[in-house]
Design a binder for this molecule. Structure first.
Ligand SMILES: [Zn+2]
Ligand SMILES: [Zn+2]
Length: 150
């Protein structure tokens, strides 16, 4: 491995991979490390651009497949929006999303109130819930300004 500084939570990542029987490769470490450091829910293409700086030979396909594998074992969350490509989010803490329907940006926010929301009965009776996230759809500040001025 090159001189790549990984954040502390890489230990957790490695443990999670081991538990799920996923081999730990420098490429996988790099993909995960880039994802947890980027705060803006990148797409596979944006992730590819970031990882490529450290692994010039990596292909878009490898990055995309790695992200989907992470999603399968519950390491990352896949966010689908109407606007197009999926976004990825490393699930590290309990947070919620504001999604701008105009520019497609997804902004994290925290709310104790939302964290404490109960699970409706009809869900509780029929499904097992692993995670809970509130998604608010609307216009971000910039897009609201644009709409007002046009
Ligand atoms: Zn916007
Ligand atoms: Zn998020």
């Amino acid at each position: 491995m090159q001189n790549i500084k990984y954040p502390d939570c890489m230990d957790q990542f490695i443990a999670h991979c081991k538990n799920s029987g996923l081999k730990i490769t420098p490429q996988r470490c790099a993909v995960y490390s880039e994802l947890i450091q980027s705060k803006n829910h990148p797409t596979a293409d944006e992730m590819y651009q970031l990882v490529r700086k450290k692994f010039p030979n990596i292909s878009y396909d490898t990055v995309n497949r790695t992200l989907l594998t992470f999603a399968e074992i519950g390491l990352v969350d896949v966010i689908k929006t109407k606007e197009g490509p999926r976004h990825f989010d490393a699930i590290l803490d309990n947070h919620h999303h504001f999604h701008c329907v105009d520019c497609g940006r997804i902004i994290d926010f925290y709310s104790e109130e939302y964290d404490n929301l109960g699970i409706p009965n009809q869900i509780q009776d029929n499904f097992t819930v692993f995670t809970k996230r509130v998604v608010l759809n609307g216009l971000c500040k910039q897009c609201r300004k644009k709409k007002k001025s046009s």
